[in-house]
Design a protein around this ligand. Sequence first.
Ligand code: GTP
Ligand code: MG
Length: 219
Amino acid sequence: MKTNNQFRKTFRVGVAGPVGSGKTALVASLVTHLKNSCPVGVVTNDIFTAEDAEFLKKLSILPDDLIIAVKTGCCPHTAIREDISANLEAAELIESRLPAESIVLIESGGDNLTATFSYGLIDKQIFVLDIAGGDKLARKGGPGITQSDLLVINKIDLAEMVGANRVQMEEEALVARNRQPTISTSVRFETNTALVAQWVLEQRELFLESASAQAHPDI
Ligand SMILES: Nc1nc2c(ncn2[C@@H]2O[C@H](COP(=O)(O)OP(=O)(O)OP(=O)(O)O)[C@@H](O)[C@H]2O)c(=O)[nH]1
Ligand SMILES: [Mg+2]
């Protein structure tokens, strides 16, 4: 099994975050944005069901065989960080159905602030927070917030309704992340989701350049 990007040209992006923060909604939006530029497939993780994969299939944004559900049966982070075999198998199956240089999005099951992916499974990771869960969340830190490649602060349409201070949360995220990228979104109203898709495409370009440099070190 290929556990790193040495022989692989598909770009894999992990999407993690607390339960209900909007990971599946973001994945659906990203598929819609990205598929105009590049073929896409999706792996979803749920603990006991295939709920998120079924939800995505009902949207008819991709052929059903490009959406695969992993039932983790255990803590969500175990299946994306410690024992990644089920996710690797699902990603490789989707990649066998896609041309080279495609994108595979892997959604983790809803987890806590410590959820991060193994870089043996993915190339870049996005962590999704729900501002309606409290503007305190970014300063609470944890590897999902501090180490993800992109932090998405979602549900900004709800911020005012729950008395959350968006500007403060964005500033605290910048500090917690040492100025690594953060994008605030309302996936529900497609606010800034195109920026997240653009980030994914830029990261894919960098990934392909690096893969090409590794394959042809003398060029
Ligand atoms: N108001 C609002 N609702 C949102 C937004 N994004 C997602 N939702 C809603 O929030 C709920 C949870 O969204 P999901 O995408 O299922 O969240 P998730 O993180 O995938 O959830 P799990 O996989 O169960 O952890 C759904 O009812 C979405 O429609 C948003 O930007 N604004
Ligand atoms: Mg989900």
